[in-house]
Design a binder for this molecule. Sequence first.
Ligand SMILES: [Zn+2]
Length: 447
Amino acid sequence: MIDSLPKTAQPFMDWGWSQIEPYTKELEGRPLSAGNLAGWLADWTQLASLVTETFARLYVATTVDTTDKAAEARYRAFLDEIYPRAIAAEQKLKEKLLASGLQPPAGFELPLQRMQIEAALFREENLPLLTEERKLSNEFDKITGAQTVEWEGQEVTLPQLRPVFQNPDREVRERAWRLSMARQLEDRDAINALWQKFMGVRGQLTANADLDNYRSYRWREMLRLDYGPDDCMTFHEAIEAVAVPAALRIYERRRARLGVAALRPWDLSVDPLGRPPLRPFTTVDELESKTAAMFRRVDPHLGDNFQIMRDEGLLDLENRKGKAPGGYCQTFELARKPFIFMNAVGLHDDVQTLLHEGGHAFHVFEIRAAALYPAVGVGPGVRRGGVDGDGTALRAVPAHQRGRLLLRSGRRTRPHRAPGGCHPVLAVHGGGRCLPALGVHQPRRRR
Ligand SMILES: [Zn+2]
């Protein structure tokens, strides 16, 4: 039966649940044995990859243009009709596998452990809330994607103001910063109202899951197995003891070099030695071609993979009005191809962002060759270790293959702005997009 599924996501994207359900029912009803388990997992994967890629493509369409009403309507229709039913069907398959007591294939230990946590966290009554939470995230993208100001007679987005923060003229920097802040404050009430809705939804998700606080819920949802909140507190204390004094020394050196009485927010991006700001590229084509050359220098294999992304339109790098904020690398699960999204405006930081997301993307290419039973959940930014989805797939790669994956993403680590964000080395996102401009994590999951 699974063979009758489309081989690519495009024809599947318009399927209704009535067309999908027979496949989940068949998987649910299929007797499981040690002999057919691998086949069953592979069939489950085939179906789940179609649902996940559909979600990823619909989601991406809402971020590349937040004003696209048709894209928004398709995404929300998916969130209403397919998303909750697919999660419920997934739950049944997880329960079936867990109850079978069968020994899963080698390398499936960690995914199985995670599946136990997911299955325990599942609540039927949380399904509409998960849908609502995604819709609220989309609302956030629309609000922030619409933010523009008039600067020197031109309408510019807030990211497009960022190069101005490097202007040697302090008065100009201050004016741009105040303009940017004033524009963000205009949406304060709307974002606060959104946040209150998030709080309500998350409080209910937590209560329905019989947990005492959202952090506990989120910890399980993010499948954080290796560390707990207390470890984070210890880490925070270490940051306070070590990193904060270092940052204060760096700021004081910057204040002295700039010759100002007190450092202000608009003094943080300008070169303290008065050198002209780095302008690594002026066009997106230049950003792509120079980055391609860098990857190729590191390893021709990376260069080839990046070229595939250029050739197949899997890069949307430049900032423009109406684009959602931040950057992410998304996985089109069935095609096993990555898609990189960001808001480049000509800064050194943009080069770092592309190298960073490139690291994620190379993970996706590397796992393509691996035997995978992702049994992925549903939806981009699966809050199971990777907005970008690659974290999800990474966990099902047999241990002996993981070494090569980590080696390949040998980019320079840099502080990630999102709490719960990305582990710089493993490049596994904490389910959300980093919002450099706002320094807040989009609740997704990010965020
Ligand atoms: Zn990341």
